[in-house]
Design a binder for this molecule. Sequence first.
Ligand SMILES: [Zn+2]
Length: 302
Amino acid sequence: MSNLFQKTSSNWARYDKYDWKEDKEGTLYITPSPDAKVSLYNPLKDSEQMVLKAVNLGLMCMDKNNTQEHLQNAIMDFVTGYGLLGFMTALPTTPDFITYHSVYLPKNHFIKEESMTTEKYLSYFFPFDKIDFVKKGMESSWSTDDVQMMALIMTMKNKPQAVMMSFQKEYAERYDWLVTLFKDWAFTFMSSFLYYQDFDKMDDMQKNLYRQGMAAFGGIAPIYHIELLDRPTIVWDFHSLLLGVQMMFSFMLTDEKSSLKVCKHCGKAFVASRPNSVFCSGKCKNRYNVYKSRAKDKDNAN
Ligand SMILES: [Zn+2]
């Protein structure tokens, strides 16, 4: 993949421990553990691996054979590796929503209302412990007495306030939202893969369905600015991991050089190193051939 995303100002925060927790209505959330430690990392450093993990997690969520426990473990794994997705700053029209009277939401799969008060919007993400946040008109104040948070705020001064708030220990994301999001990504991936693989076998109506499904995928693009380094350089400002993954995923899907494929044996997504690769690994290739020759033996025996 080309070096489109070489430079980013966007470190993301992850905790070393998360818990599953239910609110009074029985909605399940994932949130940092009370004694968890926070650290920063650069999500673009190994973005291809991260996108692959996200897509494969989505494929797991689509597979009805997987139990909820199974999915919770896989989501826990992803979140422990990369942090929470940052729904709070991904859904509104701007990550700076705190500085407006209300929060405005373009169409999405999670919240139906087009707008709501800031307090109501925040309650989706802070279902357990209320945070110290006061809003009067356009003015708002937020404070924290967590030492880790204070250090984080010092290192990430130019992030919107809402991004910093989403790094707080009290911040939580819903299990059902995460499942929907990962499924959406996997669905998009499968559509783009199957469309070309089965092109000759599909009728016009089927092709149209794929095209429409694909056209619905998109999102608010991350913000960027240009810095005068050795040469003028684009610096990406991802204000949510969700939008970061979505955008890198979109570039991977459309990039001529790197091809995302589905393994012919295990059904997982992988990045093909050669245009004609059909297996994610040598192991899958061998297993597939073993099965194939066994099937042949069976045929011959009959
Ligand atoms: Zn495989």
